[in-house]
Ligand binder design. Structure first.
Ligand code: GAL
Length: 422
């Protein structure tokens, strides 16, 4: 069990020597956060990054894909996930979007050209399912694709035709409002190769259709980070995938973490980098890896979408998902994403500026041997002085630091500190 080792952090109360990087802006934010064109300057359905902003903090919830993938998706699975979110108190922690991913559709549109849910697996209909979810105080999400095909038609041999929204954008958007959808996942699925679409144009098209609706809908887009969406999607969507699909294994998580190091300038309230959904609880991931997965996603200001069976979740996985102080970092209202200040053969140090002048500092052992990781205020670019330290995973005060902080970390473990000015 890594907890003891992580909790056993040594806070060396050493004096700082030398310059402390005071001139460094920890969340340096270039002008490139400006949307690509003036017609796309506002986050979807929002008036700007204030309290009214849709997805003012990274969306949290559950999505069916990483749990059941395609053919095992049905309304009972979704209802059970909603029940479990409430039973475990995850709704009170902020997990509120229950998202039905690909494979909810019947194989063809109906005679009016409308998408319809699979009649056997969703026999009660989606409006009924949305009501069920709303009655629990949760919000309902659904999956569509901009081209002519969904990804399951391509990768899972889903026997269907014409399920993409191409040529049906307005009809499908209005369907979302009719059903009572609060979150749209709009997934590329090779629409450039199959249909000759251009991502920015196609995603903006649906953004415009959503704006017509009298209903705020969080707009989550995915083209897997292939066209650097962080440079053009902030004015279009509330979140954009930055990677190809996450797999339930540490190597995939580590690869994704590494690929996020330069994306910190692009996140802000209402528009987030999305390094894909959580895999905790799946595959061979250990509890230590689960904690690092969730903790690093919190540092990255990433959406936290659970993708495991919450009826069978283990105490260790539930603990990784439900630490309120970790979630508070993910949901920090300043909305700045962490930047990496060190990567030494997988041993990494990250810092994230928080509201009220606080900081989160993560030490990650991405290597395969236990190691000691030490950093100091200078390395993370925090002003010299006395800072109160909180061990976030342990939810315990760690004393006062005026110089260095560190931790003994087993492979794939992370330590997470919150520093408050004194
Ligand atoms: C992938 C997407 C997954 C899932 C799947 C559905 O492209 O990245 O998250 O939505 O399609 O077919």
């Amino acid at each position: 069990m890594a907890t003891k080792k992580i909790v056993g952090i040594a806070l060396a109360l050493t004096a700082l020597v030398g310059a402390c990087g005071t001139g460094e802006d920890n969340g340096d934010r270039p002008a490139t956060t400006a949307p690509a064109s003036s017609s796309t300057t506002e986050p979807a359905n929002s008036d700007g990054p204030d309290a009214e902003t849709l997805a003012a903090t990274p969306p949290m919830g559950w999505n069916s894909w990483n749990q059941v993938r395609c053919y095992d998706l049905n309304e009972d699975v979704v209802k059970r996930a909603a029940d479990a979110i409430v039973r475990h108190g995850l709704d009170d922690l902020g997990y509120r979007y229950v998202v039905v991913d690909d494979c909810w559709q019947a194989p063809e549109r109906n005679s009016e050209g409308a998408l319809v849910p699979d009649p056997e697996r969703f026999s009660s209909g989606l409006a009924d399912l949305a009501d069920y979810i709303h009655d629990k105080g949760l919000r309902f999400g659904l999956y569509l694709s901009p081209g002519s095909e969904t990804c399951a038609m391509q990768w899972d041999d889903y026997p269907a035709t014409g399920l993409g929204s191409l040529g049906h954008e307005r009809q499908d958007a209005e369907m979302l409002a009719d059903i009572g959808v609060d979150y749209l996942k709009y997934d590329w699925c090779g629409a450039d190769e199959v249909d000759g679409l251009e991502p920015e144009t196609a995603f903006a098209h649906m953004r415009d259709e959503l704006k017509r609706l009298d209903r705020p809908i969080v707009y989550s887009i995915s083209e897997y980070g292939r066209n650097e969406p962080w440079k053009w999607a902030p004015g279009i969507a509330n979140m954009w995938r930055t990677t190809s699909d996450i797999l339930p294994m540490w190597a995939s998580i580590a690869t994704i973490i590494n690929s996020q190091a330069d994306l910190h300038p692009y996140a802000e309230p209402g528009s987030w980098n999305d390094p894909d959904m959580l895999q905790v609880g799946n595959g061979p991931l250990t509890d230590v890896e689960a904690r690092s997965h969730v903790g690093m996603w919190a540092m990255l200001a990433a959406p936290l979408m659970i993708g495991t069976d919450l009826d069978k979740v283990t105490p260790g996985v539930l603990a990784a998902l439900s630490n309120p102080e970790v979630i508070a970092i993910d949901q920090d209202p300043l909305g700045r994403q962490a930047r990496r200040v060190r990567d030494d053969a997988g041993v990494q140090v990250w810092v994230r500026p928080l509201s009220d002048g606080e900081f989160a500092v993560a030490l990650l052992n991405g290597g395969d041997a236990p190691t000691r990781v030490d950093t100091d205020l200078a390395e993370v670019g925090i002003d010299p002085g006395r800072w109160k330290v909180r061990d976030v995973w342990a939810q315990a005060d760690g004393g006062v630091v005026d110089g260095a902080l560190g931790a003994d970390l087993e492979p794939h473990a992370m330590a997470l500190f919150r520093l408050s000015p004194m």
